[in-house]
Design a binder for this molecule. Sequence first.
Ligand SMILES: *Cc1c(COP(=O)(O)O)cnc(C)c1O
Length: 444
Amino acid sequence: MIKSCGVDILGMKFYSTNNKNLRVSLREAVLTGLAPDNGLFMPVSVPPLPRKLLKDLPKLTFTEMSFEIAKILFQKDVPASRLKKMIDRALTFDAPLVPLTHDINVLELFHGPTLAFKDFAARFMAQLMFYFAEKMNKELTVLVATSGDTGSAVAHSFFKIPGIKVIVLYPSKCVSQLQEKQLTTFGHNITALEIQGSFDDCQRLVKSAFLDKDINHHLNLVSANSINIARLFPQSFYYFYAHSRLKNKNNPIVFSVPSGNFGNLTAGLLAKKMGLPIFKFIASTNINDTVPRYLKTGIFVPRPTKATISNAMDVSRPSNFARILDLYNHRLPKIRQDIIGYRFNDKTTKKAIKEVYKKYNYTLDPHGAVAYLGLKRFQQSAPNQPINGIFLETAHPAKFKETVQASIKHKIKIPFRLKKYTKKHKHSVLLPNSFMALKNFLCN
Ligand SMILES: *Cc1c(COP(=O)(O)O)cnc(C)c1O
């Protein structure tokens, strides 16, 4: 682990959700991922976006806007010229806001190279890590657990970046065939570990590796999961973008976020903290509904993870939950004011895919469908509340071709950037769900 550099931090400062007195720099927070006390890093303060900039956002492209926001956040940590390069390399695709009706919009977050929204975060984080690693002349090993989409986005983002190795843990037989191809066909500096367990098991193994002295002695381990704060900032950019593209901003804005580890939703909360006027967040989940149940009962009781068609959200212990609690000082009534939770089963999700296709000629993926359902349920619960509804479409429907085609009874086209993986050969290392097995692998 990188040593703490004391209290004289010029740039952004971070504390641990387990210890508010701890102070680390952006570099330390990014290069360690998890705080030494097992907590998650949080910014001591987030600078508000100047009013003028907020007003000017509609004139900027997504890349320009991201640079302006990043400058306000990171100006003391990364020189502006380098920051511009990072953004230009990482955020090379758009996030179009598509209206379905006068009060329901889709924010399409699947236009990146691996067709899921994780590209935004992973690509920016890769640039940031490369910058700090190069500066410190360090070799890094990025360790990441994936329920499907993170792994491919991270692998793609770090592919052939000098001085950085990537090890991806994924649950055997729990990701779609295409997702698996996207994880296991890179080679070079990317290794795929196929774990005989669930995603939560993978996540636990990664967490244990970060806390293990021998492994950390052997390798400079870095986390690329959404426990890494570097993932959250770039995700807040597209909330600003969505807001800037709304034609009529008079009605309160409601974002419905299809949630698993709650990184995406937490990024929205950061955007709100920076001054974006967001009325409500809908935490839309599948039957792995720990957070909606928490919002209802006030008790956090994870149950065993169940497999669903929105598999990137098959998470029962969302890692960013600690950040949400922290942002609201653990005050449930305050959390309830901003976040409403709904859960939907696979049957309802499939029906939604069919309904949206029929009504609007728009093809949703299962995750986006859960988010759509959340927004609809909110509207039904508050029929007299006019809103500007935005739901996040987090993956391209082609990534879940079988499920989607069965719902809409139509063939969907596979974009070339996805198709090219199907011809490649899988290379993975099969490991039992055991920490010793992982440790042996990493230390040899
Ligand atoms: C990861 C993922 C989610 C869940 O996002 P979190 O930030 O973990 O809540 C939703 N949809 C898709 C397609 C994903 O890949």
